[in-house]
Design a protein around this ligand. Sequence first.
Ligand code: ADP
Ligand code: MG
Length: 266
Amino acid sequence: MSKIFAVANQKGGVGKTTTCVNLAASLVANKRQVLLIDLDPQGNATMGSGVDKNDLEVSGYDVLVQGLPAERAIVPTASGFDLIPGNGDLSAAEVELLSLEGRESRLRQTLCGVADRYDHVIIDCPPSLNMLTVNALCAAQGVLIPMQCEYYALEGLSALIDTITQIQQAANPDLKIEGILRTMYDPRSSLTTEVSMQLQEYFGERLYRTCIPRNVRLAEAPSFGKPALEHDRHSKGAIAYLALACEITRRQSDHSPNKGRPMAEV
Ligand code: ADP
Ligand code: MG
């Protein structure tokens, strides 16, 4: 089972960043050690974790391009997970990486030294299949794909799956689709249930049972620099991400050789 997850979908606005921040906080609530890496130049995961992207001494840029050891870029967050923050400098990284040796595997190399300290490493990808996303997919063992159950969502998915297949063949044979996560889920919409059934048919067990509902608390929380769990822990959004963390933890322990690790119930 994967320990390093890339949260990827080249479509913007599908809930990647919301998933990264809230899943990280929910795994911490399950007594897991978590590192979140913000690879999106928009720096939304950084801000949403309560770290000011405009006031960074070092960021993912320094790690990817300048070869700074990852541990030097890690900052603790108030929510209990560690963060390698990102900001607009990552746009330069996207270009500068192209001329560097081993450009696809810079993140993978740098994570070798730190991944062992964590139960989970979660990488927030930008909304494109660029060199930053390729770095995330080369470093990861699993891809978590958040998607909204709407018609065009399925179209975009095939480009992502093609990229994953290419990276599996060329650089990272261990990479697999860890799970598809239905976000902003509205069971009252017939299109949602129809697309959901298609996903079930195609992805089977890889479709997470947990669906993330559309919930205003999830949308509000980033403006406070907090996960929903801290903004309103009784909200449907916070509870859904806790359920997702439990589902992921359970899947992991089902596949682990040393089963039986205690897990907090939610
Ligand atoms: P991405 O990282 O894929 O671009 P975001 O996580 O930033 O997507 O989400 C896009 C927008 O939708 C943000 O404004 C976010 O607050 C909001 N959002 C994400 N998930 C939910 C949800 N389940 N319910 C309500 N709003 C959501
Ligand atoms: Mg995002």
